[in-house]
Design a protein around this ligand. Structure first.
Ligand code: FE2
Length: 193
C-alpha cells in the first residue's frame, strides 16, 4: 500500500506539481507558493452523483486495496478556493468503476477518502476505470472544505472516444494525463465556490 506522500511524489515527478525529485521520497514535498487555478476563477463544474455512491468509504490513499487488476493510475491535484489559495483539510472522496466497468456495490474496492494537506493537495493510487453503458471513462468525486458545501463532480479522460455519446461529459472536467516510465498520472485541481 502506498502512502499519499509517496503518491504525491510520483505525481510531482510527472505532472509539474513541484520540482521535488522522486529520489527524495520520504522528504516533505515542497509547495508551489501560489498555485495556478482556472483562468476565470470559476468553481469546478458539478456533475451528477450517479447511483453508485456509498457513504462511509475508508480513509486511505490507495483505493486498490493492493489488488493488481487493471492499469495503475496515480490521480491527484489540489483543492483551491476561487482566490487560487489551497484549501487545507478539505475532504476528497473518490469512487469509480473497475477495469470491467463495474462498481463494488457491497464493499469498498476503488472507494476511499482523504483530507488535503496544508498545500491543499490530494492523491490516490487507483486504476484506469473502464467505460460502461453510455458512460465514458470517469472517476466520481465529492469535495468539501471544512464546514462547506459539498462539490459533487466527475473527472474524465482525455482522448476517450466515448465522450461523444456520454451526456454527462464536460470538457471542463478532463484530467491532465501523462505517461512516463510506464506510470500513468492524472492531475486535476478542484476549485471550490
Ligand atoms: Fe460512474
Amino acid at each position: 500500500m502506498q502512502s499519499r506522500r509517496e503518491i504525491l511524489h510520483v505525481l510531482a515527478a510527472g505532472a509539474g506539481l513541484s520540482a521535488t525529485p522522486v529520489a527524495a521520497l520520504g522528504e516533505p514535498v515542497r509547495l508551489d507558493p501560489t498555485p495556478s487555478c482556472a483562468d476565470d476563477g470559476e468553481p469546478t463544474p458539478t456533475a451528477t452523483r450517479g447511483p453508485y455512491f456509498r457513504p462511509g468509504s475508508p480513509e486511505r490513499a490507495d483505493v486498490t486495496g493492493g489488488r493488481a487488476e487493471g492499469t495503475p493510475l496515480f490521480v491527484g491535484g489540489r483543492v483551491l478556493g476561487r482566490d487560487c489559495r489551497p484549501v487545507a483539510r478539505a475532504l476528497v472522496d473518490l469512487w469509480q468503476a473497475d477495469d470491467s466497468g463495474r462498481y463494488d456495490t457491497s464493499g469498498n474496492h476503488l472507494r476511499g477518502h482523504q483530507y488535503t494537506d496544508e498545500g491543499g493537495r490530494w492523491a490516490f493510487a487507483t486504476i484506469v476505470p473502464a467505460p460502461y453503458t453510455f458512460r465514458s471513462m470517469h472517476i466520481h468525486f465529492r469535495v468539501q472544505r471544512p464546514g462547506g458545501a459539498v462539490l459533487t463532480t466527475q473527472v474524465f479522460f482525455p482522448g476517450d472516444p466515448g465522450h461523444d455519446r456520454d451526456p454527462q461529459f464536460d470538457p471542463r472536467l478532463v484530467l491532465t494525463v501523462s505517461r512516463e516510465s510506464g506510470t500513468r498520472r492524472g492531475r486535476f485541481d478542484f476549485v471550490l465556490a
